[in-house]
Write a protein that binds this ligand. Sequence first.
Ligand SMILES: [Zn+2]
Length: 820
Amino acid sequence: MSVTIPRLAAALLLAATPLAAQSNVERVLNGSFTPSHDYDLLHQRIELGAFDWDSTAFDGRVTTTLVSLRPGLDSVVLDMGRTLEVRKVMPACPRRGPRCAALAFARPGDSLVVRLPRPAAFGDTVRFTIDYHGRIRQGYGLYFFKADGRPHRPEQVYSGGGTDGNPRWLPTWGGPADKITWEVIATVPARFTVVSNGRLVSVRPAPGGMRTTHWRQEKPASTYLISLAVAPFVKIADRWRGVPVDYYVYPEDSARARALFGATPDMMETYGRLTGVPYPWAKYAQVTVADFIGGMENVSATTLVDWLPDARALRERPWYLRSLIPHELAHQWFGDLVTAENWANYWLNEGMAEFMPGQYWGAREGRHAEQGYYLTRYRQLLEHDARRRVPLATYNSNVVYAKGALVLEMLRTELGPERFWAAIHHYLTRHAYGTATSDDLRQAVLAATGQSLDWFWSQWIYSAGHPAFAVSSAYDAAGRALTLTVRQTQVDTAAADSTGLRFRTPLVFRAPVALRVGTASGDVVRRVTLDRREQTIRIGDLPGPPTMVAFDDDNAVLKTLAFEQPTAWLATLLERHPHLWQRAWAIEQLATRTGDSLAAAALARAARGADYSLTRAEAAGALGRFPPAAAMPALEAAARDTSAQVREAAMSALGDVGGERASAIARGAWLADSSDLVRAGALLALARLGGDGTRDAVLSGLATPSYRDVIQSAAITAAVQRPDSGLVAALAPQAGSQPLVTVALAALTARGNADARRALVGSLADPRSWVREWALEAAEDRLEPDAAVAVLREAAGRTTRADARAAVDAAIGRLERRRS
Ligand SMILES: [Zn+2]
């Protein structure tokens, strides 16, 4: 008998086996990360019911059809979380004839081994039905929420497993490399709506006030994309070229939903036009749920967080609209239609999904919107990279989002849009409803454009890091020539990890860059390929002395740049250069020259007059470190800018600059600005500066509702900075609105504030369960164990509720274990 190693165990083995002899590149290319199994899963019929919110449990019946891929297959191994209790496994029984017997099964670890009645031959079809009872630990595969009176928190259950969670609630093959079709048939109380993948087959009444909803995913997809969402949703129906586009939200979110999600059909149209592949699924649903991590691209039924921007927030480029919706939609092509064969190639899913929104906003709003989107990813990448430097193609990489997007943007710049999208079209059509590896993308580029680009794949996909350029310049007035000395200073010092694997950073990157030298009589542009540790480039025949040098003029290469330039050059670069990366780099250099009036003047000019809001905002933010006389006039103007982003940056800078005038402007913005973000920024500035009316502003901010509680959070921060008994008393009544309130009370308690301690004890004994949970978490996290135990004991004496006492006792037990 042979039993395949299930995927979860395989992943553990992989982590424990020393593979020092194999480089990361070889492991990715030779499929080390793709687990094996002995069958081709074809179809699963998933029937669910008897959901019990008290015990977070349900009953399941899954009928699985598969084809044996080995001669003499006597057992089928599926991934199945150990907490799921298998009641019976039945073979497909003939309608007439002898009764058939249940199949034997075993449950090693997180898998189910089904013994077949007789070995299946290679190519035989096998079918069996698993009856099981699922007990779920909250958040492991499924999330259950009871109606507990908390506002905007209806009763619900949904699957939220990400890439590895579905076997925690249903028996299946969890790996991405076996695509199947499926049906989800869920019976729930009639007050709920059930959303799942594919086409809606039927909704029928069932006995006992129940309703059965049947969804069918008719095109093959990976099983990590199976989804279930059950809640009292309303459906807002939209359409893209005849395809249903539905937004499932809580009833109170209906108006927000139409305004927020209304851009979806236009995004679908744009993605279809760019890729040449129309939206590939039967419908597109977006479903909002409670306490979710962000979004999950379940095929044709994306799951999203339930905090929809209100009308004010919608005007301010919220992350939800700018990034989240277009990211998850892009996955319907990249991830769902063509799926990474294994998680070492996960960047193909996440990099493309993170790349596409920049293309959408570029198509919709122009190059600055596009450049601004990637500039945000660039900053994220530098943060990730400082923590852990890994290649795109690797298992468990944390740079797949930002670096993936930036590398694809580089590829688009290298190839130009026509050839880039032809390659992407080839990739999507060649692997549609199938899987791909990083090398398949290389082959698609080769097939569509004839370009092998071996250096590109090697350094950007399989190697770690990016070039760190250090540039110096010398101008020869007699010869009218500028000489640039360019060094690549990145180092390759990463240590090997526990498996002996070491990620290599190339000491030399190949970098095709344009160098733009500005002069009073026009620009000279020289294209060069940097491919040595150090090289010298002489740009002769200049019409006059340089007034500006733009290194990598169109930001074609992901890099960091150290290049000491005269302030006048930087000022010209900031004023003249159309590319936001160049402007942002110039602002960063100028921001450090706080004693230089030319630098202040350049930033002030940009803060007032740059033609894109992000540049004005960054310049305004940088002015905070300059002397008030140089900064204030531009900050006054920035505080009246049409863009909330610029006004918000101005508030932060005013808090840095300080003074009577700065306080007055911030107070004005707090009272009258139309943007909640700006008002929150104004409140923080006021709290830093003190002065008349600050305390009243904080008190009022504590009780002011806003999207994502930005204003209240600013007020809480301010109250913690300058607590008095009145402010602490005003914090306590807000304990039910968001977790930060009890975090603040716990932080103040830790500093010996008796008022805060009383309020924290009150929150721990609050009749509302979610307030008690937040307070408990805050007390455990923010207080020393001894202090936490004392506070909890006091709270336990104040409550008569059994569940509250049990939770407090459990927390005391945890803390005492931590103490000993
Ligand atoms: Zn994603």
